[in-house]
Ligand binder design. Structure first.
Ligand code: NAD
Ligand code: MG
Length: 372
C-alpha cells in the first residue's frame, strides 16, 4: 500500500506537495480535517483581509469553519456566497464578486479564497487574476474533481453563452488546501465524476498507479480517507508534472484530455448537464481504449481492464447513440484539432499517451462498438 510508504507514522497525517513553477511555485496540502485544525490556512493569507468566495451548497457546510479560522487569526473576512451550478459560471456572477470586493474596500493585498468545487475555483480564480490586475489567491477545493484536477494548473475562467470556459486567464494560486473530510458530504455521482479524472491520470501517465486504483477502487468508492488522500496526491503529482513541463498548453498538456474528445461530444450531444463531465470522460476513456485496441496499440485484455475500472467507479461505459454524422460533427469542434483532422489521445500502451489521428472507418467502428 503506497499510502503507508508515504505516511509511515499514521494514516491520518497530512501530505504536502509542491508545484514547481519557479517564482510561481506553490504547495498543495492534502489530508483530513485540514479546515478544522490547520493554522496554515490563516498563515498562508499574507495580508490582513481575505475574501471567501463560495456557493449556497458549500457555504452552509464549510464557510463558518474557514471564516472562523481566518477571523481567529485576526483577519478581516468578506464572505461572498453565489448561486450553485455550472450555469452560474457567468459574467454576472463574476461581476458580483467584483462588487462585493469593492464594497468591502478590498485592496491589492486582499487574498481571495475559493471554497467549493471547480465552478467556484475557476470563477474566484479569474476574479483574483483580474481584480486590481491581480490579487493573491488560495484554493480550498471541496469536490474530488477539483482536488485532483481543476485546483492544479492555474486555468481560471468563466463560461460565455456561446462556449464553455471561453473567457479566462492562467493564474496560479499561493496554495491549495484539499481537505479530504469535505468529500464526506459529496453526492455519489460527483465522487464518481472525480474518480474519472483519477483513472485518467493512471491510464495516460502511470500504469502502476492504474494498478493501484484497480486494487483500491472499493476503498475509494467507500471514501476511505487514506485511499482518497493517496489518489489525490498521485493525481496532483501527475498533473503538476505535466503543467510544470507545459504551463500554457503548448503541446504536452493536451494529453490530460484523454477520454475528453469523446467525452465532450457526449456532453454537447446530450445537452450540457445531462451527463456530468466526469461521467462523459469515463465513457470517453472506454471509447478511446476501444479505438486504441482497434489501431493495435493495446490488447483486448487491457481494453477490458479500462472498461471494468470505469464501471467499478460508478461511471457509464455505454455511449449514447448520437448517430455517426453527429458524432463526427461534435468531435470536429474539439479545441485540439488542427486542419480539420480530429486528434485523439490514445493509449500506447496503458500508462503512456499517443496523440494521433484515426482513419474514419476505424473511428466509426470503435464508436459503433461502444454505443448501446
Ligand atoms: P461543481 O463546482 O459544480 O461542484 C459539483 C457540485 O457539488 C455542486 O453542486 C457543488 O456546489 C457541490 N459541492 C461542492 N463541494 C461539495 C461538498 N464538499 N459537499 C457537497 N456538495 C459539494 O463541479 P466540479 O466537478 O467540482 O467542477 C467542474 C468545473 O470545473 C467545471 O466548470 C469545469 O469547467 C471546471 N474545471 C476546471 C479545470 C481547470 O483546470 N481549471 C479542470 C477541470 C474542470
Ligand atoms: Mg476533465
Amino acid at each position: 500500500d503506497p499510502q503507508r510508504l508515504h505516511n509511515p507514522m499514521s494514516s491520518h497525517s497530512q501530505i504536502e506537495l509542491k508545484v514547481e513553477l519557479g517564482e510561481r511555485s506553490y504547495p498543495i496540502l492534502i489530508g483530513p480535517d485540514l479546515l478544522a485544525n490547520d493554522a496554515r490556512l490563516a498563515a498562508s493569507v499574507a495580508g490582513a483581509h481575505a475574501a471567501i468566495v463560495t456557493n449556497t451548497v458549500v457555504g452552509p457546510l464549510y464557510l463558518e469553519r474557514v471564516a472562523g479560522a481566518l477571523r481567529a487569526a485576526g483577519k478581516k473576512v468578506t464572505e461572498i456566497v453565489l448561486p450553485d451550478g455550472e450555469e452560474e459560471k457567468t459574467w454576472e456572477n463574476l461581476n458580483r464578486i467584483y462588487g462585493a470586493l469593492l464594497r468591502d474596500k478590498c485592496d491589492r493585498k486582499t487574498t481571495i479564497v475559493a471554497l467549493g468545487g471547480g465552478v467556484i475555483g475557476d470563477m474566484a480564480g479569474f476574479a483574483a487574476a483580474t481584480y486590481m490586475r491581480g490579487v493573491p489567491f488560495i484554493q480550498v477545493p471541496t469536490t474530488l474533481l477539483s482536488q485532483v484536477d481543476s485546483s492544479v494548473g492555474g486555468k481560471t475562467g468563466i463560461n460565455h453563452p456561446l462556449g464553455k470556459n471561453m473567457i479566462g486567464a492562467f493564474y496560479q494560486p499561493q496554495a491549495v488546501f484539499a481537505d479530504t473530510s469535505t468529500l464526506n458530504t459529496l453526492p455519489d455521482r460527483e465522487l464518481s465524476a472525480g474518480l474519472a479524472e483519477v483513472i485518467k491520470h493512471g491510464a495516460i501517465i502511470d500504469a502502476q498507479f492504474f494498478d493501484w486504483i484497480e486494487e483500491n477502487i472499493t476503498r475509494l468508492m467507500a471514501r476511505d480517507p487514506a485511499a482518497l488522500a493517496y489518489a489525490i496526491q498521485r493525481s496532483c503529482e501527475i498533473k503538476a508534472d505535466v503543467v510544470r513541463k507545459d504551463e500554457r498548453e503548448g503541446g504536452l498538456r493536451a494529453i490530460l484530455n484523454f477520454g475528453h474528445t469523446f467525452g465532450h461530444a457526449i456532453e454537447a450531444g446530450m445537452g450540457y448537464g445531462a451527463w456530468l463531465h466526469g461521467e462523459a470522460v469515463g465513457c470517453g476513456m472506454v471509447m478511446a481504449a476501444e479505438l486504441s485496441q482497434r489501431l493495435g496499440f493495446i490488447d483486448a485484455a487491457t481494453r477490458a481492464r479500462v472498461t471494468a475500472l470505469v464501471r467499478a467507479a460508478g461511471l457509464p461505459i455505454v455511449a449514447p447513440d448520437l448517430g455517426a454524422e453527429r458524432w463526427l460533427e461534435l468531435m470536429q469542434v474539439d479545441k485540439k484539432n488542427e486542419g480539420g483532422q480530429i486528434r485523439f489521445i490514445l493509449l500506447k500502451p496503458l500508462g503512456s499517451p499517443l496523440i494521433t489521428t484515426a482513419p474514419q472507418d476505424t473511428l466509426l467502428a470503435a464508436i459503433g462498438a461502444c454505443v448501446e
